[in-house]
Ligand binder design. Structure first.
Ligand code: COD
Ligand code: ATP
Length: 202
């Protein structure tokens, strides 16, 4: 199978290690679009997104001109209806931004890293989906060590995501990340070789 540009998604539950995996692919020379990071940037820069967020969540969602992420998170991850509204504002803007970015790339493989690619339906536009998987206890522990947050706040996000079992059903490739970073790098290399072989990439 020979395609002009192969688009590969990297997803996984909170704290699974998808950003770490994306960086390892980037080190191999693959351009990566970081949807979560771009979402945050657009929420601070895109006038339409800013206006819609203020209308939906109130002016206080911005403090000194910057999005108050903790405040917005506290409003949405405990209230599914509000989260649906937030997603409906942010996801179309990220979709357009990603399309522009993808068109501008000149690489046989490009990747997109996003937290809720299956839930949002954006996985349908991919050629391949990599799911990064780790046990829930490991994921929670890693996020607690990384962020200034609580177990309850992490669990609230998990409750708004697919279960690990459901997510894995969508995977073309699974990268296990319960062990150390050396093992993770080996997993990334294995999947990279499989993809290159499938698409006849040198
Ligand atoms: C509420 C916000 C501002 C909180 O920001 P914060 O810096 O605390 O979190 P960040 O965006 O880095 O996400 C961290 C993790 O939270 C989880 N998470 C984020 N957004 C969502 C969501 N819409 N649904 C379920 N889980 C989510 C993911 O596991 C993600 O990896 C932010 O998460 C947000 O705007 N989310 C809605 C837009 C979105 O879906 N972004 C992610 C993909 S484009
Ligand atoms: N195999 C590993 N060994 C040790 N630490 C790891 C491993 N994989 C990831 N980490 C660490 O765990 C934390 C979570 O990883 P990462 O940020 O890549 O996850 P993520 O899936 O992108 O998270 P989020 O959903 O919150 O955006 C980070 O601090 C990362 O450095």
């Amino acid at each position: 199978m020979k395609k002009e540009k192969i688009i590969i998604g990297i997803t996984g539950g909170i704290g699974s290690g998808k950003s770490t995996v994306a960086k390892l692919f980037e080190q191999k020379g693959i351009p990566v679009y970081y949807a979560d990071d771009r979402a945050k940037a657009l929420m601070n820069e895109n006038i339409e997104v800013i206006d819609q967020l203020k209308t939906e969540f109130g002016e206080d969602v911005y403090k000194n001109g910057r999005l108050d992420r903790a405040y917005l998170a506290s409003m949405t991850f405990s209230n599914p209806e509000k989260l649906i509204k937030l997603n409906a504002i942010v996801h179309p803007a990220v979709f357009r931004d990603n399309e522009e970015w993808t068109k501008a790339q000149h690489s046989p493989i490009v990747m997109k890293e996003a937290a809720i690619m299956i839930e949002s339906g954006s996985y349908r536009l991919l050629d391949e989906l990599i799911v990064v998987s780790a046990n829930e206890a490991v994921r929670i522990q890693r996020v607690l060590e990384r962020d200034n947050t609580s177990r309850e706040a992490v669990e609230a996000r998990i409750n708004n995501q697919l279960s690990e079992e459901e997510r894995l059903k969508y995977a073309d490739y699974i990268i296990e990340n319960n062990l150390g970073l050396t093992e993770l790098a080996q997993e990334v290399e294995r999947v990279y070789q499989e993809i290159k072989t499938k698409y006849y990439i040198a």
